[in-house]
Design a protein around this ligand. Structure first.
Ligand SMILES: [Zn+2]
Length: 116
């Protein structure tokens, strides 16, 4: 990688809280998680699609991780009321890089009890 590109590579930040996240790694909990991922300090779950072709499954995995693997719960969530979603584009597995084309998918559930 050229110095120019290396200087432009930035650590990924959670789109929901702006904290720098750890690079995604193999998710140990759950038996079938296909993508690397992790959890932000704000509670958001994220999954990394390195190919830019698997957006649906990667997003679903992030939702499942946010629900601790509870598929029934994940399927019952409504996007406007139950969770927030965010994406980080041009992610290469370690950094946001202008030449990368992977995507990080973030899901953060909102508190279950919402007074309004
Ligand atoms: Zn966060």
């Amino acid at each position: 990688m050229s110095r120019f590109l290396r200087d432009r590579a930035q650590p990924a930040r959670c789109p929901l809280c702006r904290a720098v996240i750890s690079p995604p790694k193999h998710v140990k909990e759950g038996l079938w998680y296909e993508f690397d991922g992790g959890f932000c300090q704000c509670g958001a779950a994220y999954a990394y699609d390195p190919t830019a072709r698997n957006g649906g499954p990667a997003l679903l995995q992030a939702m499942l991780m946010a629900c601790r693997g509870d598929m029934e719960k994940a399927m019952s969530l409504s996007p406007d009321t139950d969770y927030d979603e965010g994406h980080v584009h041009r992610y290469d597995g370690h950094h946001v890089n202008p030449q990368a084309f992977g995507t990080l998918y973030f899901i953060r559930r909102r508190p279950a009890i919402n007074s309004d």
